[in-house]
Design a protein. Structure first.
Length: 341
């Protein structure tokens, strides 16, 4: 972008959000969100340096979309993805499908309900999006956002079964099929567990060893890959989220001019908290029309007795290490059985 255009753009931003030193949550009215997303800076490197965007690598349903939203509001730089989801573009994530040095992170994760290899090793022919390394980007770092596996599954199941809605769509209780939910639960648990093992491999083996053996990549990946793991719950807890997000921003190693100050981070959380933003589901209204987590898991247990125990047995090793517990509605006998596995 020409220098004059950049100066003009920053002047417009100053008119909308005020001077960056004086930005407060109160000054970040919801109506400004559209401007920030549509007119924010696009290039993470400013056209000067070669910024290497880390992977934003999560299990589906773990909050990667919220993380992208936070980063965009805080830095005014778009986030990319190896996939192409028109619903996310409609929600304001205009970097969807972009894999290059322009974006602040690149979202990757496995396809939720299939045993496919990591998405960044595939060529998405339908969307015309190529893997990162094919675009000349070496994988140098990855941010892993981890969520309670039961909550992650419930979120992803709703997304899967509301295909024509937004990422915030909720499944109606009348359309819920407990047997189907129970069947997919164990597949998701295996996905969650397998991804956590891959996090270990990424850190221990300094990038994916199998990536090195893919001849089409045509380059040796960086031997000093960094992995940062954060819990999704820390980003939704108001007592922890500022500290957690600041740690993530530090991990990115952004150019100094893109590092948000505390007021800008507060602004990002304020805008992300706006209800009806087509990214985060609102709380149940209490009339029973929409499926709740409690109804979903209790119905699945009745349809397939022992499914909660089996789910926990699969994820237990990594879940306990991260501070997660068996589902709260599991009976004491189910809990004892799960702990004995």
């Amino acid at each position: 972008m020409p220098l004059l255009a950049q100066v003009t753009l920053l002047a417009l931003l100053a008119q909308v959000v005020g001077d960056t030193a004086s930005v407060t949550p109160e000054s970040c009215a919801p109506k400004r969100a559209h401007f920030l997303r549509r007119r924010g800076r696009y290039r993470a490197d400013g056209g000067v340096r070669r910024y290497a965007p880390p992977l934003l690598w999560t299990v589906p349903g773990s909050g990667n979309t919220m993380m992208r939203q936070l980063l965009e509001f805080a830095t005014l730089v778009r986030t990319g993805s190896v996939q192409h989801d028109s619903r996310l573009i409609a929600s304001g994530l205009l970097g969807e499908g972009r894999v290059n040095h322009d974006v602040v992170v690149v979202k990757v994760h496995r396809t939720a309900f299939s045993p496919e290899p990591p998405v960044h090793l595939q060529k998405n022919k339908r969307a015309g999006v190529e893997p990162m390394a094919w675009k000349g980007l070496a994988v140098t770092a990855a941010i892993a956002i981890v969520r309670d596996p039961f909550n992650a599954y419930f979120a992803q199941y709703q997304l899967k079964h509301t295909a024509f809605g937004s990422h915030a769509s909720r499944l109606e209780t009348a359309k819920f099929q407990p047997a189907d939910f129970a069947k997919d639960a164990l597949r998701f648990a295996q996905l969650w567990n397998r991804t956590l093992f891959e996090y270990d491999d990424f850190s221990r083996m300094r990038c994916f060893d199998r990536v090195r053996r893919v001849p089409d990549l045509g380059q040796q990946l960086d031997d000093n890959c960094r992995l940062g793991v954060w819990r999704f719950e820390a980003l939704t807890n108001k007592a922890e989220r500022m500290r957690t997000f600041t740690q993530i921003v530090g991990f990115l190693k952004l150019p100094p001019e893109l590092v948000p100050n505390r007021a800008q981070v507060q602004c990002a959380f304020t805008l992300t908290d706006v209800a009806g933003d087509k990214i985060r589901r609102s709380h149940d209204d209490g009339n029973g029309r929409y499926l709740t987590r409690e109804v979903a898991f209790s119905s699945a247990e009745r349809a397939r007795p022992g499914v909660l125990c089996a789910f926990w047995a699969i994820v237990r090793e990594h879940a306990v290490r991260l501070g997660y517990a068996p589902y709260k509605n599991m009976t004491h006998s189910l809990r004892r059985a799960a702990e004995a596995v």
